[in-house]
Design a protein around this ligand. Sequence first.
Ligand code: HEC
Length: 257
Amino acid sequence: MKNTLNLFFALLLIAIVQSPANAAGGHGAVLDDVDLNMKDTASLQNGAKLFMNYCLSCHSAAYARYNRVAEDLDIPPALLKENLMFTTEKTGDLMQTTMSADDAKRWFGVTPPDLTLVARVRKPNWLYTYLRAFYLDESSPSGWNNSLFENVAMPHALYELQGVQRVVGKVDADNADVATDDSVKVVGDTIFELDHPGMMSPRQFDEAMKDLTAFLTYLAEPAQMQRKSIGVFTLAFLIILMGLSYLLKKEYWRDVH
Ligand code: HEC
């Protein structure tokens, strides 16, 4: 019993120490809620497109294969090859970046982490907030910073889409109700002003980041697509079995009574 208790506390301690809330930019951070619909194939496809065009140049998702992703998300093979892959790759390949880890380290100071499981470590709300929290910061080496992940080594990969935003303040008790419009936006607890607009309006960009977050969430657990439909099937099966068992019971007891 005592051993079990010790084990329990040890595991609890590990869970607390390792929880993403204690990792960079997480401690007590204000996160925006994202409501993902993992059945929305169009949204997941759009997320996959964004990921392959804007993230795979630096990050790998080396536990995922193109053809599995295409199959799960109903992406036709021709479309996959034409729009989403580098020309030299085969559809059965793992989703690996072409950037070498050494180059990456030299350029950014840290190697961009593999993103296959990032949605499990960081959780969707964190990702959704992080992807929208990049801002211009002339004092940082890359020229960018992130209000959720201070001094992040990642440059803003999506500034063409989002535009360039600057920090104008924090939301606190004095200004809890910030009026947001096409140029003023609140992400987490930070108020941003759009310096130059991007190709997308702020609402379109939020929607695109929701799609990208959904794709990263899918990537972290591809089996969730099947798991959920298997769950429904299993429950239906159990209900039918219960009905049949009841009929069988009645049949047996008829002779007893
Ligand atoms: C130019 C290279 C580059 C591109 C392009 C890029 N990243 Fe990054 N990313 C990095 C680097 C470098 C880090 C490490 C940051 C650090 O630890 O300071 C990082 C970190 C991250 C993290 C934080 C991981 C963690 O848990 O600490 C996430 C999430 C992430 N990137 C997602 C993305 C997504 C999604 C895209 C595509 C929209 C993308 N990145 C595009 C270089 C890049």
